[in-house]
Write a protein that binds this ligand. Structure first.
Ligand SMILES: Nc1ncnc2c1ncn2[C@@H]1O[C@H](COP(=O)(O)OP(=O)(O)O)[C@@H](O)[C@H]1O
Ligand SMILES: [Mg+2]
Length: 466
């Protein structure tokens, strides 16, 4: 007879589980595993719930709606209830400052305008009955063109409140539109991007720019006609573009007219000065592909693309580096935007190349010249119409201009080559507000002053009277 020992194998499972120490260990381990599993499950479930129960909207800085949303967020809003109002107060603000000066070369003081908006980080806002978590983040990556870091605003709310977003975007857009109502936005190139130049300006009434008889109606009529013919162009596969070239002496109202026209059409102005420092062919071409919507393209000093590069000045400025072919490429190369209304201006028409005058590049060319009798009379009416009811002051003024030979004929009726500019007339009238006799008496000041060569010293300085 043989009796087997109670347990001969070291690895008998029964024996193992009979061992209280081991069984306890297993129990703990499995409990831990179960807890870990449950935790993972819970996180996954939470993630799933988040995805299913929450809605997320992301707006990047590149999107036109980005500044609207920031402006909307920074609006003061009443939140009823103690907790809600503490919860939704925005504690982190950042500031955007815009400054405006009269022009790029004015050294005088500038106006600053401060605009507070929610800073980076998380905020909670309440919209109707919906709570919305807002997260404004700066990314570590940057826009290659401007060097500015990428930025987003993320808004999260409950799925059941998702319709709040449509309302918010609608409201933010209305707010932005209202802020710009009656204004003309002027964009200029900042780095490789278009950026508003200062604050939107008050629209300039078309009637305040006085061009020679019929000129204004001619251009305005043509632009309006073009705007109504998009389908015609699309149906025929022709790029929907039109170009205008305004030329003539400085101070004749070319730039003012384009600004007023933009106001009339409710367009913005996207302005590039071709003679400005740092403007290159590449940059011009790139900017033209990204023209802001509903804007008139304004290319000032178009002649800059035609003059030989200047010698480097001592400060390293070597003049504009836009070339003629660069300008043509930007205007009608493959990359040029499909839709465009372009205005080119120049004071030196003789420097331009006839190749510019092609459909889609320049379809219409107009001279905006020295002040004519018609313009002088109209400007008089705008300034003194209410005090000069019978028009006798106007007659005297025009007579005086004739005497001075400023309207194309000298006082004996022979052609004169002396002219004045509308800008000079405006200056004269501004100086003599409400004083029409003063304006007539000072008319001599309208004669353009020339610095004759004999007034100059050999080094180019103007001699002062001894
Ligand atoms: N035809 C005009 N009608 C009204 N204002 C004018 C006219 N021409 C010039 N001005 C005034 O003179 C100034 C310079 O005009 P601007 O449009 O810059 O001339 P341009 O672009 O032809 O050099 C502006 O203040 C403008 O209001
Ligand atoms: Mg101008």
């Amino acid at each position: 007879m043989s009796t087997s020992p109670p347990s001969s194998s070291l690895f008998s499972l029964d024996a193992l589980f009979d061992n209280p120490l081991f069984a306890g260990g297993i129990g703990l381990a499995s409990l831990g595993a179960a807890a870990a599993f449950a935790r993972k499950g819970a996180i996954a479930a939470l993630g799933a719930a988040r995805r299913r129960l929450l809605v997320n909207v992301e707006i990047s800085k590149q999107d036109p709606a980005y500044p609207w949303i920031l402006a909307w967020l920074s609006q003061p809003r009443e939140t009823p209830g103690f907790i809600a109002s503490r919860l939704t107060r925005i504690h982190n603000l950042s500031v955007t400052t815009t400054t405006s000066s009269k022009g790029p070369n004015v050294n005088g003081p500038t106006n600053a305008h401060f605009f507070l908006q929610p800073g980076y980080g998380r905020h909670i806002v309440k919209f109707g009955s919906a709570y919305i978590a807002v997260n404004r983040e700066k990314h570590s990556t940057a826009n290659m063109n401007t060097g500015e870091p990428h930025e987003i605003v993320q808004m999260t709310t409950l799925w059941s409140h998702r319709h709040a977003f449509e309302a918010i975007f609608g409201e933010a857009h209305r707010l932005a539109a209202k802020a710009n109502e009656g204004k003309t936005i002027v964009y200029s190139a900042r780095g490789m991007e278009w950026a508003p130049l200062g604050d939107p300006r008050k629209k300039r009434p078309l009637g305040s720019v006085i061009l020679d008889e019929g000129v204004k109606d001619n251009i305005v009529g043509d632009v309006k006609d073009f705007l109504s013919r998009q389908k015609w162009y699309v149906d025929r596969g022709i790029p929907y573009r039109r170009g205008y070239l305004l030329f003539g002496p400085p101070g004749s109202g070319k730039s003012s007219f384009i600004q007023a026209l933009a106001g009339e059409l409710d367009f913005a102005v996207a302005m590039i000065n071709l003679s400005e420092m740092g403007m290159t062919d590449d940059k011009l071409a790139y900017l033209l592909t990204k023209l802001p919507k509903r804007s008139l393209l304004l290319l000032e000093d178009a002649d800059a693309a035609f003059v030989n590069r200047r010698q480097r000045d001592s400060d390293g400025y070597s003049g504009a580096s836009v070339t003629f072919s660069g300008l043509l490429n930007a205007l009608d190369g493959v990359a040029a935007g499909e839709e465009r209304i372009a205005f080119l201006t120049t004071n030196y028409i003789d420097r331009l190349d006839p190749a510019l005058i092609r459909p889609g590049r320049v379809d219409m060319m107009l001279r905006i010249g020295e002040a004519t009798r018609f313009q002088a009379a109209q400007m008089w009416d705008r300034f003194y119409g209410d005090v000069d009811q019978d028009g006798s002051g106007k007659e005297r003024f025009l007579q005086r201009l004739d005497e001075l030979g400023l309207l194309g004929k000298d006082k004996d009726g022979n052609p004169s080559n002396r002219h004045t500019s509308t800008a000079a007339i405006q200056g004269l009238f501004l100086f003599n507000k409400n004083d029409m006799q003063g304006a007539i008496d000072m008319s001599e000041g309208l004669i353009p002053r020339k610095f004759e060569a004999e007034d100059m010293t050999p080094d180019g300085a103007i001699k002062t009277a001894a």
